[in-house]
Design a protein around this ligand. Sequence first.
Ligand SMILES: [Zn+2]
Length: 275
Amino acid sequence: MHLCLFSGAMYNAYMIIVFLICGILVGGVINILADHLPVDRSIVHPYCPACTAPRPVLEWFGIPSVLFKRTECSYCGAGRGLRPIIVELVSGAAAAAAFLFSPDVFTFLSAYLIFSIFLLITVIDLEHRLILHMVTGPSAILMAVMGLLGWIDPDRGVLSTLLGGMAGFGSVYLLYLLGIVFSRAMAKKQGAEVEEVAFGFGDVTLSGVIGLIVGFPGVVVAIFFGIMAAGIFSLGYLVLMMLRRRYNAFMPIPYGPFLILGALFVYLRWIFPGF
Ligand SMILES: [Zn+2]
């Protein structure tokens, strides 16, 4: 089934606006989840984190709150920053792009769902250095089902999807164990507890999800690319800190966004060759 039921530039322009608005609304939901899942561990009525007053519906979404001049909490005056607007705009643009580039409705649905999951994980990891199992768990089930049904990539077999998930989870689980051994050795050497480990278990479950999305052998490229990107970023950051004489060998960086970058690198190039 083709997404474009009618031809014509007018139809496409109209549909782009429709998908942009739908994407902005989904971005609003992503914002609410990113605000409350790490704190409440469940879906709650949106509230202001500064004073816990429940937010009126007009303040739930970033762009409408700007349009109606309701960017500050009406009880305590706390602002919300730019994140709600950035997430809504990125989500809207992604929905419109997925509509334009997807050859069929299944590719569109899986592409946009994958992007939304990645966006939610990125926002939470950047703000809390945390990847929640309550996000990666259901995502893994969804991606396994969609991957096995051939919605993500009809040319990829069952074996590639399952192997991808196992390889993603397994390889980063090994790195996670190595990280623990390394921090224990460092702690022994320094005579103090080193709390930070390179990879958290959330990175392990995220890599499993990435493997189910890009399959095998794509997952190898995705994880390698992600770790390299994180390494280059850390090196740059370290040099900057040394120049400013604020050196800290255990500077924790969230790995999630880099792993996601690697996954997008493989996914976008393989699924949409024209991208
Ligand atoms: Zn407030």
